[in-house]
Design a protein around this ligand. Structure first.
Ligand SMILES: Nc1ncnc2c1ncn2[C@@H]1O[C@H](COP(=O)(O)OP(=O)(O)OP(=O)(O)O)[C@@H](O)[C@H]1O
Ligand SMILES: [Mg+2]
Length: 255
């Protein structure tokens, strides 16, 4: 077990702080630059909020533009949902600091009036072309792909999913992006939905939402993070009116 006191903060520019209160100190000050991480968890665990907060903080606290690739919720819903945290996404988009790629509407067969739309139901090449075009427009440093599970459903065999996700994560890295990809899990003993996603990312953050007696407790575990001395424990977190707050000095015991 790693002693939390031994996790030294690396303040060099190779770290990308999430800015999520309490989280960065669990992993040496933040994510490694130009790498791709998986955020996995059950439905409602908080994966989307975690990723949106990462992008919002990037723009507002660290001057790093962000790209949000929405495969599961329409951009309008995303903009509406984040208002409760006081995050004005429309304003950031108007300022050219944030871009949302609508990779959801076409998939469910409805028209989209978004600036950036993925026109095919699902095709990795076309999605990558869209991301490259957005990157030319806004020169982002952070990206969030929400989520990979729906990508997986379009592909039939596991080896194909692995290759496609590797293509996606490698392209994001080549574009100079430090990224999060979300993944829904059904069995909390597994860190990813198809069992392959954790092999194509530099690290995996697992969000739990478990019932204990009468209440449900939210907690976060850094399951894997290459090149980083990270906490081996599971820490509670809350979703507050300002977004996610992690309690790094408290632990939750999961069985
Ligand atoms: N203001 C808030 N205060 C407390 N909890 C909130 C607040 N807003 C949302 N939540 C909680 O966050 C959950 C949704 O979080 P999020 O959309 O990030 O989950 P998710 O892991 O992405 O889920 P899914 O797999 O369904 O996409 C809600 O179910 C709700 O429990
Ligand atoms: Mg979600």
């Amino acid at each position: 077990m790693v002693d939390k006191k031994q996790i030294k903060s690396d303040t060099g520019s190779n770290r990308v702080p999430t800015g999520i209160p309490g989280f960065d100190e669990l992993c040496g000050g933040g994510l490694l630059r130009n790498r791709t991480y998986l955020v996995s968890g059950a439905a409602g665990a908080g994966k989307t909020i975690f990723g949106l907060q990462y992008l919002y903080n990037g723009i507002t606290k660290y001057g790093e533009n962000g790209i949000f690739i929405a495969t599961e919720e329409r951009p309008e819903q995303v903009r509406e949902n984040v208002k409760q945290f006081g995050w004005d996404f429309q304003k950031l988009e108007d300022e050219g600091k944030l871009a949302i790629l609508d990779a959801c509407s076409t998939k469910i067969g409805i028209p989209s009036h978004e600036k950036y739309v993925d026109v095919r139901p699902f095709d990795m090449r076309s999605m990558l072309d869209q991301i490259i075009a957005i990157q030319e427009d806004i020169d982002a440093k952070r990206a969030m792909v929400d989520g990979t599970t729906s990508i997986g459903y379009y592909l039939t065999d596991i080896s194909k999913i692995r290759v496609e996700l590797l293509k996606l994560s490698t392209t994001l890295e080549i574009l100079g992006l430090t990224s999060l990809m979300t993944c829904e899990i059904i069995d909390e003993n597994m860190a990813s939905r198809f069992g392959v996603e954790t092999f194509v990312t530099e690290g995996t953050i697992v969000l739990y939402y478990k019932r204990t007696d009468t209440v449900r407790v939210r907690s976060v575990e850094i399951f894997k993070m290459r090149g980083t001395n990270h906490s081996q424990n599971t820490h509670p977190y809350e979703i507050t009116p300002n977004g996610i707050v992690v309690h790094p000095h408290e632990e939750v015991y999961t069985d």
